[in-house]
Design a protein around this ligand. Structure first.
Ligand code: COI
Length: 356
C-alpha cells in the first residue's frame, strides 16, 4: 500500500443517526457522542489504514498497557458552526503539534499531520449536523492515543490506537468558579509530564480536587511542587490574574500546559492594548493585591472551559471574594474569542480553519 492510499479513510456509515434522541438544550459535558468515530492503529511500526465507523463500544485485551501504565495522551478541541452552516475548527494544527509533543514524552509514536487533519475534516463532514450554530454551542472533539499491546511488562507498547470522538457541548462550568490554592498536593514537577496532555495528569488531580469540592471549591489552582509559592495552572484551565489593569499569567514550562486558549488570550490582550506580563506570580503577590484592592480579576482559560471567571479563592484558611466587574477582561476576551470562533469577528491571526 502506498503512503498516500492511507489518506483514503475506510468509511462505514451509521445506518441510522441518533441525533433525534438528543436534547441539545440540556446537555451534560462529554456524555453524548456523535454517530461516528475515527480510529487508526499503529502496528508493525507504522500507522495503518485509518477508519471511520459508527460510534461503538470496542474490545481491548485486559492486559493492554494503557490500563496498567496509563500510556495515553489526548487533546481537546472544538468545532463551531456559523449562521450560514459553515463549520470551523480553531487552530487545529496547534492541537496536532501538541498531541505529538505529549506523545513523544510518553514514548508514543507521533501521528502524521495529514492523517490528523483528514480524519478530523472527514469525521466532521459526516457528523456536521451535530455542530449546532449559535454562540454557546460547539462540538467538543477528543483526539486521543492509547497503548494497546497485550503485555503487562512495564515498557512502552509496540501497538497503539489513535481515535477521535466528538460530543456536543455547552458550557463546561456554569457561572463562576471558586478555587482553592494548593498547599499540599502537586500536579506536576520539573522534568515531569505536566506540559503534556497525559491522561494520568488528570487522574492525579481527582482526589485532591474531590477534597476541595467537599469544601465548596470547583477547582484547585496548582502551585509549584517545590515551594507551593508560585501559581501555575488550574488543571483543566490555564490561569490569568488582573492586578489593576495588568494581566499576568505564568510562563509555560515542563510543568504547565501550553494552552491554545491561553496563547489566544495573550494575543487578544496585545490586540486590545492591554498590558500583559508572562511571568512567575506568587501566592503572596495575589493575596497582597486582594488585601489592598488591586486584584481585579482571576479567570481560567481552556478549550472546554473557554473563559471562566473565578469568584473566590482560598489559601491557608483565608478566603478572598473577588467582586464582579462590569467591564471585565474575562468577558471581553470571551466575547471576542467566541465571535472569532463563530465567524462573527475578523480573524486577524488566521485562527479559524474552515471544514470543507
Ligand atoms: C480541555 O479544555 O479540552 C481539556 O482538556 C479539559 C478537559 C479535561 C475537560
Amino acid at each position: 500500500m502506498m503512503e498516500t492510499d492511507l489518506y483514503e479513510i475506510d468509511i462505514v456509515k451509521a445506518e441510522k443517526s441518533k441525533i433525534q434522541d438528543v436534547d441539545f438544550e440540556n446537555i451534560n459535558f462529554g456524555r453524548v457522542f456523535t454517530d461516528h468515530m475515527f480510529t487508526c492503529d499503529f502496528v508493525d511500526g507504522k500507522w495503518q489504514q485509518p477508519k471511520i465507523m459508527p460510534y461503538q463500544v470496542m474490545t481491548i485485551d485486559p492486559s493492554a498497557r494503557v490500563f496498567h501504565y496509563g500510556q495515553a495522551v489526548f487533546e481537546g478541541m472544538k468545532a463551531y458552526k456559523d449562521d450560514n452552516g459553515e463549520v470551523f475548527l480553531f487552530r487545529p494544527e496547534d492541537n496536532h503539534s501538541r498531541i505529538n509533543k505529549s506523545a513523544a514524552r510518553l514514548a508514543i509514536p507521533e501521528f502524521p499531520k495529514a492523517y490528523f487533519m483528514n480524519g478530523l475534516t472527514t469525521l466532521l463532514n459526516l457528523d456536521k449536523d451535530w455542530v449546532k450554530p449559535g454562540v454557546g454551542n460547539s462540538l467538543y472533539i477528543r483526539p486521543f492515543v492509547i497503548a494497546t499491546d497485550s503485555a503487562i511488562a512495564a515498557a512502552p507498547s509496540s501497538n497503539y490506537r489513535f481515535m477521535i470522538i466528538c460530543s456536543p457541548a455547552k458550557a463546561y462550568y456554569t457561572g463562576t468558579v471558586r478555587v482553592l490554592i494548593a498547599e499540599k498536593y502537586s500536579r506536576s514537577a520539573d522534568g515531569g509530564v505536566g506540559f503534556a496532555k497525559a491522561a494520568g495528569n488528570y487522574a492525579a488531580q481527582f482526589y485532591p480536587t474531590s477534597l476541595a469540592q467537599k469544601s465548596g471549591f470547583q477547582q484547585i489552582i496548582w502551585t509549584d511542587a517545590n515551594s507551593h509559592e508560585y501559581l501555575e495552572e488550574a488543571g483543566t484551565m490555564n490561569i490569568f490574574f488582573r492586578i489593576n489593569n495588568t494581566l499576568i499569567t505564568a510562563p509555560t514550562s515542563d510543568r504547565i500546559l501550553d494552552g491554545i486558549t491561553r496563547k489566544s488570550v495573550i494575543q487578544l490582550a496585545k490586540d486590545n492594548n492591554i498590558d500583559i506580563e508572562v511571568r512567575r506570580i506568587s501566592v503572596s503577590e495575589i493575596k497582597e493585591a486582594a488585601h489592598n484592592g488591586s486584584l481585579k480579576e482571576i479567570f481560567g482559560t481552556g478549550t472546554a472551559a473557554v473563559i471562566s471567571p473565578v469568584s473566590a479563592f482560598e489559601h491557608a484558611g483565608e478566603t478572598f471574594e473577588i467582586p464582579n466587574l462590569d467591564d471585565s477582561f474575562a468577558s471581553l476576551f470571551k466575547k471576542q474569542l467566541l465571535e472569532i470562533q463563530h465567524n462573527l469577528l475578523e480573524d486577524k491571526h488566521n485562527w479559524r480553519y474552515s471544514v470543507k
